[in-house]
Ligand binder design. Structure first.
Ligand code: NAP
Length: 338
């Protein structure tokens, strides 16, 4: 089925809950319908945007181009052996329901990514990560539609160029690539990953940890510090954690000996929690008009009700300026700003 919606309101289509409109929005679960409709629409629009559940986006204004919401709900097993299972999942499926479904079948790896909002289509784009794992470890292949040519192709994990909350799909050149489905290779064996302190602390009283224990712990920890978008508009972490050289980290540690820091994936650089920097700058709970820094987690910017996209963007800029002035670090937004 396909729906072609004109002048569509976007307030309920993204988790910041900010009023904005799109010129045209196409929503479909059928690959062939999508290609047919694109043939008609693309000559009229130069600008387009792919929108999943809208959990990582900020609209500063109306979108004058074409929005495409891929709603492919397919799910099937492609391959299975004693150690692994390969599952093909449509872009429109909800991520957390997929995590729960895979765990209920005895397929593991995604437990630590429980509770992340959004759809399967966004998972490789953002290379979502939490509590010591990231999607790239579990993604085998991604099927992409090039909206400009109407061709589709599979990309393996190397070709996806996954990085820290990053992938080839975030580059400007590849902005016309729509993720239609993703193949995940999961394990039949559960290996708990509890190296993040908050998780280890939560599970400390248990001798043996089950997959569901890990999932429930993560849902509880997330629930205790991240605002529910149904109640307070937000897009999760607004900024990426900055990665700095070891020299920069050492000189910061001289002034701020309590600064948390972790070795980055390449080990030579150091990752510093952006939330700590914002809190240290005294901005936790700070308010700018109707936008604010969440009082329980400084990495999350919130819509206190009736905030405009502009107000949130102004707040983000103010935070960037303050952090740059105090620590010499430029915070990069993780959220897509339109
Ligand atoms: P936290 O426990 O307060 O820690 C702050 C930051 O320190 C985290 O962002 C994490 O980096 C880093 N960190 C903590 N322990 C670490 C360790 N043992 N090794 C390496 N790095 C470590 O974090 P939080 O803000 O509540 O978030 C908890 C987890 O949920 C984090 O992994 C965070 O990234 C994730 N999360 C992800 C999203 C998203 O994908 N958009 C949204 C919300 C939260 P990392 O961020 O690199 O893990």
């Amino acid at each position: 089925m396909i729906q072609v919606l004109q002048n569509e309101a976007l307030k309920d289509r993204h988790t910041f809950g900010i009023p904005a409109r799109s010129a045209v929005l196409i929503e479909t679960d059928e690959y062939s319908d999508l290609l047919d409709e694109l043939d008609k629409q693309l000559p009229k629009y130069h600008d387009f945007l792919i929108l999943g559940e809208g959990s990582n986006i900020l609209f500063q204004k109306d979108f004058s181009g074409l929005i495409i919401h891929p709603d492919n709900q397919e799910i099937k097993i492609i391959d299975q052996n004693r150690q692994t299972v390969t599952i093909e999942a449509g872009a429109g499926l909800n991520w957390d329901q997929f995590v729960e479904w895979s765990m209920n079948h005895g397929w593991y790896g995604l437990e630590n990514l429980s509770g992340i909002p959004g759809s399967i289509g966004a998972v490789p784009v953002q290379n979502i990560g939490a509590y010591g794992t990231e999607a790239a470890e579990w993604i085998d292949e991604v099927m992409v539609i090039d909206l400009k040519s109407g061709t589709s192709f599979w990309m393996n994990d190397n070709q996806c160029q996954f990085g820290y909350r990053d992938s080839i799909f975030k580059t400007k050149e590849q902005s016309a690539w729509l993720v239609w489905k993703v193949r995940f290779r999961l394990s039949t064996e559960f290996r708990p990953n509890v190296r993040y302190q908050a998780l280890a602390d939560y599970l400390t009283s248990q001798d043996e940890v089950s997959p569901n224990d890990v999932r429930q712990a993560i849902l509880a920890i997330r629930g205790s510090k991240l605002p529910d978008p149904a109640k307070i508009g937000n897009a999760g972490s607004f900024f990426k954690n900055p990665i700095v050289s070891s020299e920069t980290a050492s000189s910061l540690l001289e002034n701020y000996p309590d600064m948390p820091h972790y070795s980055a994936i390449n080990r030579k650089e150091v990752k510093i929690p952006a939330g700590w920097l914002i809190e240290k700058a005294g901005l936790k709970g700070y308010r700018h008009k109707n936008a604010g820094v969440y009082r329980k987690q400084a990495l999350v910017l919130v819509n206190h009700g009736n905030a405009s996209g502009q107000e949130v963007a102004e707040l983000a800029e103010y935070i960037q300026d303050k952090i740059k002035a105090q620590f010499g670090i430029l915070l990069e937004p993780e959220v897509r700003i339109i």
